[in-house]
Design a protein around this ligand. Structure first.
Ligand code: MIC
Ligand code: SF4
Length: 642
């Protein structure tokens, strides 16, 4: 039996384990990326490992998230990242150079290579045929040091694209349709591989929109083949020599297959407050719009921006709509400036933001109370925009631009003929905003501002775990709930004690206080707990507050790995109905836990308040068992090196 694309790249990079679905494997990582909101922690952890120089083919540190300098904190973190990167052999992408995923795709991505990034949208690189995976900062630090990346051998799902997109329908609508079909849990444990006639006409940036938002499926990653289209893109980026052809074997098999008919696809939108709450734009109707935001790592390519510019040209943004546009990279912004499209946007009344994440991570542009905000982004979790009552809809650049002009949610088909945008045969390439690391052995002073605080470390697991159920939350809790991010909190990504004061506060403002008063305890959650971002702060903040274990119906992949890395035990109810058997405030005990964990995956949790034994599963590999016993990955590594 032949191999599919994902299996081929995994096979090439396999270090340990068997490529049997569900078993733990480890792979070699060729490239890493970090960004500034997860990067400080990743480099602090890298430094703690004591490895002088990164061992990857290329590691890049981006500054793209914390770009509001309301105080010294972000600027301090940037200086730390720049100096620590230089010292240890990491390229540094300066603020202004663009969003990590967009720049990585344009300038560094190589088909067939593996990329590990401390950001959940790292799978953007799948658009160019990379096996690109998002992970916690500590896993990325290990990979930078040349260590393997451990993951569960995924299933591979094939998404067969049939036909061709009709005018005004775009790549964003494809991924929204996949989300509608599969849901935000549908990709867990899977790689989503795109195939079929329909992929031939999709350009690399369009493919990247699709693989980017595959993160919202909970997938390990998403990937396209590397074909003529990929070659054209790399050639236009002046990197034709990086191209190789990559496709699945003709007799490759897949664990599941879905088909999407591009011909019948229509403009779609994800309604509040979940990326899979998808409906046709024409069915949602002409609701009044207050804000439109165009950009983010999902939709900020040159072609996306050109579509927007063409729609805006000669028009004026409706008087009660605020339109903000953030081109994804310096390359994109330069080209828009050179060809006049930027002038068309500005003339129409668009507010141009720097090439960075910006409003996507709540760094400015919080909408007004109860606002309807249309965004070309990838996440519309409640409150992520900075305004809890805002109604955020995720849409394509075409729908966004059309609606900015009319002031109501608009099916762009109503505008008449669609503009024709061709991918350029040559992009403007100038990597002058990427700083090369200092030569090996050179003296580099790593600058640490007062904002950088030591991160919490867990202890060896004791004989018994005991404490209160500190909080009980429902299904699909995101890391934005667990560790919110906004303009006020992002500056503290290197200060866990401060951040911990806000842990889970969107669910319950008293959680941090209660956790501290009780000396820690347990979190009880529903299914897909921890979906969304890769931020390990969503594990480190609970650790700081003394959380010992999280008991849920199921976990999202990256968050579960981050919990284990921190030595917090992820447990799942054997019978989902037992979720009802624990209430907030109940006293919980797990006796003899070390032996229980060593002897198998089934543990007994005693709810002392209700006098009830509840069976839970702790599904860990042997390596993860050792990590939990040692109190997390750092303690485990130290122990191994003793
Ligand atoms: C996000 O989109 O939520 C982020 C901000 O990029 C995160 C990373 C972070 O929390 O810093 C992600 O997606 O991993
Ligand atoms: Fe940045 Fe938003 Fe992309 Fe996260 S999803 S990397 S915040 S643009």
């Amino acid at each position: 039996m032949g191999l599919n694309l994902a299996q081929k790249i995994i096979k090439e990079h396999l270090i340990t384990g068997e490529m049997a679905e569900g078993s733990e494997i480890s792979i070699k990582i060729d490239q890493t990326l970090t960004q500034d909101s997860t990067g400080t922690m990743a480099y602090l952890q890298f430094e703690a490992m004591g490895i002088p120089r990164v061992k990857t083919k290329k590691s890049v540190a981006y500054i793209d998230h914390n770009t509001l300098q309301a105080g010294f904190e972000n600027a301090d973190d940037h200086k730390y990242i720049q100096t620590v990167a230089s010292k240890h052999g990491v390229y540094f992408s300066r603020p202004g150079n663009g969003i990590c995923h967009q720049v990585q795709l344009e300038r560094f991505g190589v088909p067939g290579m593996t990329l590990l990034g401390s950001d959940s949208h790292t799978p953007t690189g799948g658009g160019i045929g990379m096996l690109a995976i998002g992970a916690g900062g500590l896993d990325v630090a290990v990979a930078m040091g040349g260590g393997p990346y451990y993951l569960t051998m995924p299933k591979v799902s094939k998404v067969n694209l049939k036909g061709n997109l009709k005018p005004w329908v775009s790549a964003k609508d494809i991924i929204l349709e996949v989300l509608r079909v599969l849901s935000v849990k549908g990709g867990v444990g899977k790689v989503v591989e795109y195939a079929g006639e329909g992929i031939k006409n999709l350009t690399v940036p369009e493919r990247a929109t699709i693989t980017n938002m595959g993160a919202e499926l909970g997938a390990t990653t998403s990937i396209f083949p590397s074909d003529e289209m990929t070659k054209e893109f790399l050639k236009a980026q002046g990197r034709e020599s990086d191209w190789i052809e990559l496709k699945p074997d003709a007799d490759a098999s897949y664990d599941e297959e879905i088909e999407i008919d591009l011909d019948s696809l229509e403009p779609l939108a994800a309604k509040p407050h979940s990326p899979d709450n998808v409906e046709k734009v024409k069915e949602i109707g002409k609701i009044k719009v207050d804000q439109v935001a165009i950009g983010s790592c999902t939709n900020s390519s040159f072609m996306d921006m050109m579509k927007v510019a063409k729609i805006l040209k000669g028009k004026t943004v409706k008087s009660d709509v605020s339109l903000v546009i953030a081109p994804g990279s310096k390359q994109v912004l330069t080209m828009l400036a050179q060809n006049g499209a930027l002038a068309d946007m500005v003339a129409a009344g668009a507010r141009i933001l720097e090439s960075a994440c910006g409003p996507c991570i709540g760094m400015g542009q919080a909408p007004k109370t109860d606002a309807v905000s249309l965004r070309t982004f990838n996440r519309n979790f409640e409150g992520r925009s900075g305004t809890k009552s805002a109604q955020v809809y995720l849409v394509s650049p075409e729908v966004a631009a059309a609606s900015a002009i009319t002031g109501v949610m608009t099916n762009p088909k109503d505008l008449g003929d669609a503009p024709e945008i061709k991918i350029p045969s040559e992009f403007v390439t100038d990597d002058n905003m990427v700083v090369e690391p200092a030569p090996e052995g050179a003296e580099v002073e790593v600058v640490r501002g007062p904002n950088i605080k030591p991160f919490p470390l867990n202890k060896e697991l004791g004989e018994k775990l005991e404490g209160k159920a500190l909080i009980k939350v429902e299904d699909n809790i995101t890391t934005d709930h667990i560790m919110p991010s906004n303009a006020k909190l992002l500056p503290y990504r290197s200060n866990i004690p401060y951040l911990a004061e806000y842990c889970l506060t969107p669910c319950d403002p008293d959680f941090p206080k209660r956790a501290k008063e009780n000396g820690g305890g347990f979190i009880i959650g529903g299914s897909n707990y921890g979906q969304g971002s890769s931020r390990e702060h969503a594990a480190l903040a609970p650790l700081q507050l003394g959380v010992k274990a999280v008991i849920t119906k199921s976990f999202a992949r990256i968050h579960m790995a981050n919990l284990i890395n921190s030595g917090i035990i992820p447990m799942t109810f054997e019978n989902e109905a037992d979720y009802d058997e624990i209430d907030m405030g109940d006293d919980i005990v797990i006796e003899n836990i070390v032996n229980q964990i060593k002897n198998g995956s089934r543990l007994t949790v005693k709810n002392k308040t209700k006098n009830k034994d509840i069976p839970v599963n702790v599904t860990l590999s042997e390596r993860q068992v050792e990590m939990i016993l040692a109190g997390g990955l750092i303690n485990y590594t130290k122990k191994q090196n003793q």
